[in-house]
Design a protein around this ligand. Structure first.
Ligand code: PEP
Length: 253
């Protein structure tokens, strides 16, 4: 049984004061939901403050990126060890990082390895562009993005997030069936590469314009184990509703 996960990616939004206010608003209700892994990923500068606010609760904290080196002369970067003091998870390979910061499959894999070495659980993002989708290259793109991910990474608690780039921040979500079909392909591919046991255990989230209005469509799908939520995770009422609907749909399954 895969425990569903709803992770909020706040991206480059919220000052520390705003992050604190958002967490205070959500904490009591989020904490009460026990059959979903609830993860919030604020900007680096708010991690310490948010860590204090969620202490003793069931809410988990994630970062949005890291660098793979342990320490040293890498001005402006944040190391896995620094994050391990603050949070449990880290988003790696988000399409915005691949697109704007030229992150390659090799670099993303180094980051995954570095995170695992200090006990941080990666949420590894993969997904195709609209052009790749329309030219029938989705499966090849996803296969390539997963080419370096090891059996050990899967069995040490890596979560995957399938995020079609055309659906991120566009308001144009995939359909539940599309998400289910592509995530089914990803699981089948993992099964061929790493065996059925690993493929059945790995959590695969859908991401791309998920809201309180459409979350049910995704969560009802057998292959979809939760969602990585961008814009809607910045509104307490939306995020809470997404988590609550996930909880009741999964309870009913
Ligand atoms: C994301 O950033 O991972 C994301 C899915 O964004 P949005 O929900 O805003 O499309």
């Amino acid at each position: 049984m895969r425990i569903p996960m709803i992770a909020g990616n706040w991206k480059m939004n919220t000052t520390v004061a705003e992050a604190v206010a958002l967490v205070k608003e959500m904490r009591p209700e989020l904490d009460r939901i026990d059959n979903v892994d609830k993860v919030i990923c604020p900007p680096f500068v708010s991690l310490a403050a948010v860590k204090e606010l969620i202490k003793g609760s069931s809410i988990k904290l994630g970062a949005q990126n890291l660098y793979f080196e342990e320490k040293g002369a890498y001005t402006g970067e944040i190391s896995p060890l620094m994050l391990a003091e603050l949070c449990q998870l880290v988003i790696i390979g988000h399409s915005e990082r691949r697109q704007y910061f030229n992150e390659t499959v090799e670099l993303v894999d180094k980051k995954v390895q570095a995170a695992l070495q200090v006990g941080l659980k990666p949420i590894l993002c993969i997904g195709e562009t609209l052009k790749e989708n329309e030219s029938g290259k989705t499966e090849a793109v996803l296969t390539n993005q997963l080419s370096s991910t090891s059996s050990q990474a899967y069995s040490t608690g890596l979560t995957l997030a399938y995020e079609p780039i055309w659906a991120i921040g566009t308001g144009r979500a995939a359909t539940g069936e599309q998400a289910n079909q592509t995530i089914g392909f990803i699981r089948h591919h993992i099964s061929k590469q790493h065996g059925q046991e690993i493929a059945q255990a790995v959590r695969i989230l859908y991401g791309g314009s998920v809201t309180a209005e459409n979350i049910a469509e995704f969560i009802k799908q057998p292959e979809v184990d939760g969602a990585l939520v961008g814009g809607a995770s910045l509104k307490a009422s939306q995020f809470l509703s997404i988590v609550k609907q996930t909880s009741s749909i999964k309870r009913g399954k």
